[in-house]
Design a protein around this ligand. Structure first.
Ligand SMILES: Cc1cc2nc3c(=O)[nH]c(=O)nc-3n(C[C@H](O)[C@H](O)[C@H](O)COP(=O)(O)OP(=O)(O)OC[C@H]3O[C@@H](n4cnc5c(N)ncnc54)[C@H](O)[C@@H]3O)c2cc1C
Length: 367
């Protein structure tokens, strides 16, 4: 599998600059995603009858790892492959599975995650968007989502919204597949620190949904979204966001006539830390392979992995600044600047550090 991914990346990503590759899973190319699908590299863990490859979590681990260390532009299919297709497989109707999953595996349909709202991030149960059932069985959706990655480019969002009032604040929620081009859906891109627009605000104004837009059971949205978040957090992507930069910096240091002990110590420490995190991530893949749901372990690795990938840009920037006699190439400088600006988001997306630590404490029985 590694050889297959490496060959694809060598073929398709040869012209990418270092700053482009350093964006790793924020780089969006529908064309690259389709090439991946042609090679059978999307939907690896999806059964063959829905267009997937019927393989296990280790196959996905290898492919994700190779893509991220190469800086391949994977954002288009990323969410559909990682969580929308597994969600539909687990909770969707047979009709929904047949309608959406083969096209996801073919790199033809791309999905967004519609969880966060202006007043509901970490406290996701505070969502206010609401779908009202109509007499014909359909639904009318109103509300607003925020930070929705890729919504300006993708086809659908799976939105968590309220469908009834409930005493239990985790009750009365449901998930819907919403066509991002449907009448009443307005998407407003939000510029991030780097000047790029990856995430969006979405406004739903009287959006009409067919009865079959509902995923799973009405009122079971919380249980489903918790399972979706477990898909989101259990892969190796939470340790590799700065891997392209780390690799380029090691290349720069190695090219110098003399390498100080301080530098080799830094490189050695980061490499050792990466090796340990990778081993832990492989252990999570092994648990998934056994059919277990390693939620606490995945949260632990995401937290440790985020700290690791966040500190690399600062270490590289400090190192380059403390060697003014060297002239690092412009691409290494640009990639360092870019990741210094992106790194704060690593421990926000997919659940913040504080929330994950709360989950770890609960998982360990300490809370
Ligand atoms: C790059 C990026 C992409 C994203 N993509 C998507 C997407 O595609 N779809 C989507 O739905 N969302 C997306 N998000 C949103 C992300 O899930 C939220 O930003 C995140 O859940 C935090 O919510 P918030 O921003 O409202 O912060 P808040 O929840 O307001 O948190 C603010 C601070 O308070 C802390 N805090 C909150 N509650 C507690 C508590 N109980 N105990 C201790 N500390 C606490 C948090 O840790 C954080 O430091 C994305 C975010 C980023 C940065």
């Amino acid at each position: 599998m590694r050889e297959k991914v490496r060959a694809l990346v060598a073929r398709e990503c040869a012209g990418m600059t270092l700053p482009e590759r350093a964006r790793t899973w924020m780089g969006y190319s529908a064309e690259f995603s389709r090439k991946m699908a042609e090679e059978g590299l999307i939907g690896l863990t999806i059964p063959r009858r829905y267009g997937g490859q019927g393989m296990g979590p280790f196959a996905r681990f290898v492919v994700v790892e190779e893509l991220l260390i190469a800086g391949a532009p994977v954002a288009a299919h990323w969410i559909a492959d990682r969580q929308s297709a597994p969600l539909l497989l687990k909770f969707g109707s047979e009709e929904q599975r047949q309608r959406f999953i083969p096209k996801i595996c073919a790199g033809e349909l791309f999905f967004s995650i519609g969880m966060s709202e202006p007043g509901a991030g970490s406290d996701l149960a505070a969502i206010q968007s609401r779908a009202k059932r109509q007499q014909d069985g359909g639904w009318i959706l109103n509300g607003r989502k925020i930070w929705t990655s890729g919504a300006h480019l993708n086809d659908y969002v799976i939105a968590l919204v309220r469908t009834s009032d409930s005493e239990d604040r985790h009750g009365g929620m449901s998930q819907f597949i919403v066509d991002l081009k449907a009448p009443g859906v307005t998407i407003r891109p939000i510029e991030d620190l780097t000047g790029e627009t990856d995430f969006n605000e979405i406004f739903f104004d009287d959006v009409q949904l067919e009865a079959d837009a509902l995923v799973g059971e009405d009122g079971e949205g919380w249980k489903q979204v918790t399972a979706e978040l477990a898909f989101e957090r259990s892969g190796p992507e939470r340790i590799y966001s700065s891997a392209v930069l780390l690799d380029a910096w090691i290349g720069h240091v190695s090219a110098q006539a003399e390498i100080s002990d301080a530098r080799t110590t830094k490189i050695g420490a980061l490499t050792a830390e990466l090796a340990a995190l990778r081993q832990m991530s492989i252990a999570v893949a092994a648990e998934l392979e056994k059919g277990n749901s390693p939620v606490t372990e995945a949260a632990l690795i995401k937290d440790l992995g985020n700290s690791f990938e966040q500190k690399i840009p600062q270490i590289v920037a400090d190192d380059l600044a403390s060697h003014p006699e060297e002239t690092p190439n412009a691409e290494l400088q640009a990639a360092t600047r870019l990741l210094l600006q992106l790194a704060p988001s690593f421990s926000l997306r997919g659940g913040t550090r504080e929330i994950l630590r709360g989950m770890i404490a609960r998982g360990l029985g300490l809370r």
